[in-house]
Design a protein around this ligand. Structure first.
Ligand SMILES: C[S@@+](CC[C@H](N)C(=O)[O-])C[C@H]1O[C@@H](n2cnc3c(N)ncnc32)[C@H](O)[C@@H]1O
Length: 304
């Protein structure tokens, strides 16, 4: 069979994706793009992920081994498994992170968290402590280590309630040569950390916590393939965000800096109210993502 023929068949196989769920509509153009991506991935040694390679290879005969591999990828995708999970990797902030079903697949909108935290880090006096709650694949904390490599006197702590996620984060950090730069902790929110925050002059706490309401209907590729502890924040969705805001005062022991939390795009005003009730409304900002949606809340934490 020629690769061109298998590619056509792949488009038919994946066309089911547009019909599977009203919540995740996949256009025919996206389907075609996904088929090409999966073929490129099946030939990654030869193709280096380059689309122009595919165009020159369309008339080649595929071996039975190659056909089997491509069909397996198409089959998995037709059951809604996300492309990143099939490929086992996802780009985030210009770097590649390994992913599996134990972690949330890094989302492009979360890059805003890294951008803001890097900027704020450069405005604070050292020694600075950067803490991430809920590292998942490690994409945020590892990106921060890499982005702030030139800044002296910065320490990093990262936590997750899931031991399996922490393992993936450490592996990604090791792959990017910075596993030793982060103090890794397993546990619930601030309880995971044992270190002494008062040893630092400034502090940044970042989190992309689970913030979806239990009752919310999700597209099948998310619902079935991403870990529930990375998705659901409680009955209303905002509960873990509230706990993070609630706990910051005890955790920081008067050390000043910033708290940056990714939120769901409808949660801006509730988060503002939670901060106002706790006297954290001074220096409170909501930042929008590239789609213009509320995405990150910033709280300035006054120093002693
Ligand atoms: C939405 S994911 C974010 C992962 C990663 N930071 C990212 O942005 O891709 C939330 C992460 O928080 C972790 N988590 C959930 N509840 C937690 C808790 N109470 N304490 C610490 N981590 C928690 C989950 O296991 C998950 O890895």
């Amino acid at each position: 069979m020629k690769l061109r023929q298998l590619r056509e068949e792949g488009r038919k196989i994946l066309s089911v994706l547009s019909e599977l769920s009203e919540l995740s509509t996949v256009s025919p153009e996206q389907v075609a793009g996904e088929v090409d991506l999966l073929i490129l991935f099946a030939f990654r040694e030869k193709s280096s992920g380059d689309l122009s390679w595919l165009y020159t290879a369309l008339d080649r005969e595929v071996t039975s081994e190659e056909e089997k591999r491509i069909r397996e990828f198409l089959e998995r995708r037709s059951r809604s498994e996300p492309i990143a999970a099939i490929m086992g990797e996802k780009e985030f902030y210009g770097r590649t992170f390994q992913v599996n079903h134990d972690v949330l697949i890094p989302r492009p909108e979360t890059e805003l968290l890294v951008e803001l935290a890097s900027e704020r880090a450069r405005s604070l006096a050292g020694p600075l402590l950067v803490v991430e709650i809920g590292v998942g694949s490690g994409c945020v904390v590892v990106s921060l280590v890499k982005e702030l490599e030139d800044l002296e006197g910065v320490s990093f702590w990262g936590s997750d309630i899931s031991g399996k996620a922490l393992k993936v984060a450490k592996e990604n950090a090791a792959e990017l040569c910075c596993e030793e730069r982060v103090g890794w902790h397993q546990g619930d929110l601030y309880k995971a950390f044992e270190g002494v925050v008062e040893d630092f002059k400034s502090l940044i706490v970042v989190a992309n916590p689970p913030y979806i309401a239990r009752s919310e209907a999700l597209p099948r590729d998310i619902e079935e393939y991403e870990p529930p502890e990375a998705l659901f924040g409680g009955e209303k969705g905002i509960e873990i965000i509230e706990e993070i805001i609630e706990g910051i005062s005890d955790f920081r022991r008067g050390v000043g800096g910033f708290l940056l939390i990714e939120i769901g795009y409808t949660q801006g005003s509730s988060t503002a109210e939670i901060c106002r009730q706790r006297g954290l409304d001074k220096g409170f900002k909501i930042h929008q993502d590239l789609a213009g949606l509320d995405r990150v809340v910033e709280v300035e934490l006054p120093g002693k």
